[in-house]
Design a protein around this ligand. Structure first.
Ligand SMILES: [Fe+2]
Length: 146
């Protein structure tokens, strides 16, 4: 695994970590008539993020690399932007999460391509599994907000 791939995995880890907190922000602060289903759905998404965070970091450790592991480090490299702590309508919340899932999908897709080039099958498998999940999440978020 070369330096560029390690940086890419760490960039992905940073975005997953920021998303984990950001999804909590929306889970807590979403408002509106659809509060309950959206509140509950966001919980399933941050639970999934926690698993991806752990799995991605452990793959770096397995390969003798160092995963970023502090909020300070994450905020330096994350491209997912944090949100102000305030109320969000369900429509706003779903649109924000949809945009982030599209960003994460694009990032996982790049990661998969680079990992495949280097025959780094464990990272490629992780990225591929995640891509399938993003597709499903993007479908859910798109139809929930129609
Ligand atoms: Fe909760």
């Amino acid at each position: 695994m070369d330096k560029v791939l390690v940086e890419k995995v760490n960039g992905y880890i940073a975005n997953i970590a920021v998303s984990y907190i950001k999804l909590h922000n929306l889970h807590w602060n979403v408002i509106g008539p659809d509060f309950k289903p959206v509140h509950e759905y966001l919980e399933t998404l941050y639970d999934a993020m926690a698993e991806v965070l752990d799995e991605s970091a452990e793959l770096l450790k397995i390969n003798g690399q160092v995963p970023l592991a502090s909020m300070q480090d994450y905020l330096k490299v994350a491209t997912v932007k944090e949100l102000e702590s305030k109320d969000y309508s369900t429509k706003e919340a779903l649109a924000i999460v949809l945009a982030d899932m599209q960003l994460l999908k694009a990032q996982a897709s790049e990661l998969r391509a680079l990992a495949n080039e280097q025959d780094q099958f464990d990272i490629a498998n992780l990225a591929e599994d995640n891509l399938a999940n993003y597709n499903k999440t993007i479908w859910f978020l798109s139809v929930m907000n129609k």
